[in-house]
Design a protein around this ligand. Structure first.
Ligand code: CDP
Length: 695
């Protein structure tokens, strides 16, 4: 029809060369026999919009309403204002049915179990998820340590790290939908007897060699971080030897830490333990502290030995400085701020950390391109808050529909996902939004803007989820009394600055720019929730947007620009990229001379170029030029208004010492961040992006 041809002519022109290359290589459908393309980018966007709108038929929407929604979805994707995560783009309306990017798979201490959560059950589940483009996270802490006994064979256990190698090898073999290699997150909690092996699994001689398909993170509890600060020792535990020191022990720690209330302990945990045949011999009415739990573990012979927490932490820091791994996951923070904490304890996240999930849960993502919401009004540059609110609302509806449209590879995944209906609306293009508003990434104004944007997006996403609940009902495990609103534990902006010891204050300019956020009424919102419920137990999540930001032609996630010109090495080839926004500014200053550009391209940055205008040098500060503290503060600002996780890389200059990593990790914990990862430039052989154009 006429409309379609208009789409082809105009919308395609929004796509950059790199976007087209990525779409061509991995997303556009091909005829499996002839390998000829059977769709164009607009047909792809249309396919996704049509598929996700069609779900509404099940909820009694008329054909006209479904069609109208399809148009809305198509409009927001094709205008590159909202882009769903890769699996949704790749698999909508195809034979492959996974539309979600994030999964957490449980691993119990057995080869297989009747419930299907033994080591090799998990391996099978992982293969099925990877095959279709999903990423998987695991907590390996329940596995008995290396050298422990295996009763059935009278043998010796090889330990969690060896099993991780099996998952890694399997990931190598199974390409995601033939399009990309799978990604994994391996977690081990700081109390595990094999924690030192785990910490060293990817560093030193093993760097660039072992577990190449894994990000690894140490599960760091508050008790552990406190012991680090005080230089105290902590016990290492063999989880096989005690129910107290294993998962069940953590239930009690959990209680002592105060993020699970009495009612929940009574109703959920105790009945669960009773069902298991009373495996716990505790006085059930007693609240025990971590120390008490550890004394019990010790009596049971489960404490293998004690180590100095600071020495362990130094090892972690050394590893991260050397190779980027391990990161930290702050397990207490994650559970304390988990809205549906009453369903159990979270022990792991998906590969990039933006989704802390319960065993078997999955989550689908989609991100809003913030750059598109900078507009000019009466000669002034502003943020289009109304436009943003509208896209947030349709974005949440879209993501909720993904849960219904998904074809789940396993029943356990389907059940866990539909119990909580978690969705993750995120952002990309933040750095470019800052530039267009004339705000430097490494400034208090930028942190303030991050904070306000996060608050606005959370408010409207939550509101949208209430709206969908009015129509379709709340998520099945919604409990209006127990559900925990994350804003009750959000740090305010000034506290963030105080904790980070930053003295500057936000300017009147940025306060005025974001004044609409100050008028949001969270009490009113809560009233609505109590009345109608929520459709989704979580609504937002900050994903890395590695590929979809290329499709949208913007900066990734909440990261600063990586370089002003660089070579991008991806599976499909090498891309040379000069930032188009930067080029625009060069033109303004009449600096778009080929020789100048060539010079800039050699280093990728202009911060050290004294001949460049000062304002440009400040505005176009790249990832490694931004002081680490500003990276951490941006992550903290977004995390306060996020019911899931915030994926971020704290990029460090190559010459940064290990002490910087130590400071970053400690500050992250104090600022209420859920997980932290650093990457020091040139610390790995294979780096996805290199600075400067190589000649
Ligand atoms: O941009 P795109 O939708 O491709 O993904 P992303 O935002 O960079 O990553 C989101 C999530 O997708 C990651 O945290 C992983 O769970 C998953 N992922 C994966 O499984 N394999 C990859 N190669 C990249 C991402």
């Amino acid at each position: 029809g006429k409309g379609k041809w208009k789409d082809f002519n105009e919308k395609d022109l929004l796509l950059s060369y790199n976007a087209l290359k990525v779409l061509e290589a991995r997303y556009l459908l091909k005829d499996p026999n002839t390998l000829r393309y059977i769709e164009t980018p607009q047909m792809l966007f249309r396919r996704v919009a049509r598929f996700l709108a069609s779900v509404e038929r099940k909820y009694g929407k008329s054909e006209a309403e479904v069609k109208q929604l399809e148009e809305k979805f198509y409009e927001m994707i094709s205008s590159l204002k909202f882009v769903p995560n890769s699996p949704t783009l790749m698999n909508s309306e195809t034979r492959l049915g996974i539309l979600s990017a994030c999964f957490v798979i449980p691993v119990k201490d057995a080869m297989t179990t009747p419930e299907g959560d033994g080591i090799y059950d998990a391996l099978r589940a992982t293969a099925l998820v990877h095959q279709q483009g999903g990423g998987t996270g695991f907590d390996f802490s329940e596995l008995r340590p290396k050298g422990d006994v295996v009763a059935s064979t009278a043998g010796v256990a090889s330990g969690p790290v060896s099993f991780m190698k099996v998952f890694d090898a399997s990931t190598d073999v199974i390409k995601q939908g033939g399009k990309r290699r799978g990604a994994n997150m391996g977690v081990m909690h700081a109390w595990h007897a094999d924690i030192e092996d785990f910490i060293r699994a990817k560093t030193g001689q093993l760097k660039d060699v072992q577990l190449q398909n894994f990000n690894i993170s140490v599960g760091a509890y508050d008790y552990f971080m406190e012991a680090v600060v005080k230089g105290e020792s902590v016990p290492l535990i063999n989880p096989r030897k005690t129910k107290i020191a294993g998962r069940d022990h953590e239930y009690y720690i959990t209680k002592a830490r105060g993020y699970m209330n009495e009612e929940w302990i009574q109703e959920v945990i105790l009945s669960e333990l009773e069902e298991k045949g009373g495996v716990v011999s505790l006085d059930e009415s007693k609240v025990i502290t971590v120390d008490e739990a550890l004394v019990i573990a010790s009596k049971e012979g489960a404490v293998v030995r004690y180590v100095n927490a600071k020495s362990l932490f130094d090892e972690i820091v050394k590893g991260a400085w050397d190779s980027g791994d391990p990161g930290l996951l702050f397990i207490d923070t994650i559970n304390r701020r988990h809205p549906v904490w009453y369903l159990g304890k979270i022990n792991a996240t998906n590969p990039c950390g933006e989704e802390p999930l319960l065993p078997w849960e999955s989550c689908n993502l989609g991100s809003i391109n913030l750059e598109k919401f900078v507009i000019e009004r009466n000669g002034k540059v502003e943020i289009d808050w109304d436009g943003l609110a509208e896209i947030i609302s349709y974005g949440v509806r879209f993501l909720d529909n993904v849960i219904d449209a998904n074809r789940y590879p396993l029943k356990q995944i389907e059940d866990a996902t539909k119990r909580t209906r978690k969705v993750g609306l995120g952002v990309m293009g933040l750095a470019r939004m800052f530039i267009k508003l004339g705000i430097a990434y490494d400034s208090v104004d930028a942190i303030y803007l991050s904070y306000q944007l996060a608050k606005f997006i959370f408010y409207h996403a939550y509101k949208a989820s209430i709206e969908v609940a009015k129509e379709k009902g709340p998520f099945p495990t919604y409990d209006s009394k127990l559900y925990r609103d994350i804003w009750e534990s959000a740090l305010d902006f000034n506290s963030l600055l105080q904790i980070a010891e930053v003295a500057d204050k936000p300017s009147d300019y940025v306060k005025k720019l974001t004044s609409v956020v100050d008028k949001l009424d969270f009490d009113l919102l809560k009233g609505e929730r109590l009345k109608y419920g929520l459709r989704n137990s979580t609504v937002v999540s900050i994903a890395p947007t590695g590929t979809i930001s290329i499709i949208a032609g913007t900066s990734s996630s909440i990261e600063p620009l990586f370089a002003l010109a660089f070579v991008r090495n991806v599976a499909v080839g090498k891309f040379i990229e000069i930032d188009p926004l930067f080029l625009e500014y060069l033109r303004k200053y009449e600096l778009d001379d080929p020789e100048v550009i060539q010079k800039i391209a050699e280093s990728g940055i202009i911060g050290d170029n004294v001949f460049m205008p000062r304002s440009l040098r400040k505005l176009f500060r790249t990832a490694h030029e931004v002081p680490p503290i500003y990276h951490v503060l941006h992550q903290a600002a977004w995390q306060q208004w996020n019911d899931s996780g915030t994926s971020k890389t704290i990029n460090l200059r190559s010459e940064e010492p290990p002490e910087t990593v130590e400071k970053v990790y400690l500050l992250a914990w104090k600022l209420g961040i859920k997980g932290i990862t650093v990457y020091r430039d040139k610390s790995k052989q294979q780096q996805v992006i290199y600075f400067g154009v190589k000649k």
